[in-house]
Design a protein around this ligand. Sequence first.
Ligand code: SF4
Ligand code: SF4
Length: 367
Amino acid sequence: MNTHETHSTLTQAEMPLMRHCPLVTCGQEVKRGERIATSSTPGMGDIHTPVAGKVAHVDTFRIRIDANGDEQVDPVSLDDLSGSNLLITLLELGADLPQVNTTETLIINGVDAEQGVLTRQELFISSRATLERGLKTAVALYNPQTTVLAALKGTAQTLDGANTVDISEQYPSGLDPMVALAVTGREAPENTVVIGLETLFQLGRIMETGLPIMETMITVGKEGKIVSLGTPVGQILDEAGEVIADRDRIVLGGVLRGAAAASPSHGVGRDTSAVALVNNPAPVAQDAPCVGCGECVRKCPARLDPSMITSYAEFGMYDKAAAEDVDVCFECGLCGFFCIARRPMLQYIRLAKNELALAQAQSGEEV
Ligand code: SF4
Ligand code: SF4
């Protein structure tokens, strides 16, 4: 695998929002690095524009900016910050960091869980110094008794200051709850923080530059690329020599957990691990009723009943999905993969989680 650090010219950036509240309006001029949306979810960082220019579009799901000029925000000095002040500043600068009171074990998940996604492996190769800087910052933030790097078995990956634990390549062993299980013996252990390797990269980049997060590592084909956030996925495929044909789908992420991009102008977000073109015109899921075969229940590694959860979500009964512990779902995608009716299982699960999170945020605002 090769890495290319690309900073292709962006004429337009489209920043996907993940339950963020926009801070800009159409027609507003913004500097590169300016904060354009703030997070409404604990532990999720804010969003900043990777280009200077004029805001062209704002809605619940995206902010689009037409690039124009090169004015940039000033770097922030982080040297004198520590504890909660440092955490709040890092969240404001776009790092995704769990907010917890006590941390006994800090686990860095360095495993790319899905086949075809090689982003974390590539970060080890291309950005080791940045990762080490990020780890020092994470340790200063969480002050854990033990720090563990979860690494894919056979790769011999290490990070200074962390004990390495080998993780099987068998899916879904690399997902956070399964990694926590391998390290601590429990899927959701108390006083344990699990963060992905890309979060260390984000932390390292912020500490190196004093600037907010404006780039990320993604997998395109068999290559790792550091790209600007907001880069249209169609542009990434075009630069990789891929031609989008009729009925092709652009998939963000891996085959089991990925989602289709709404259009080639869809921008890369912090949660985008891969961009791929899928040429199969057959639908991967369809609006079909559950036939009660029970296959999804047998395959669920979280020991849930995905058929019940998704049936509740399908009809908007989100409180009943919550009672079936939808929040415990790892989002591994195995229920949808094995569903003989090809129901959109993961989509229903994400819908229920999203609606429940929105309801919780709204009830918090009303208190
Ligand atoms: S995605 Fe489906 S199979 Fe995977 S943990 Fe969630 S409910 Fe279980
Ligand atoms: S695998 Fe699909 S059809 Fe079978 S019980 Fe689960 S949801 Fe229903």
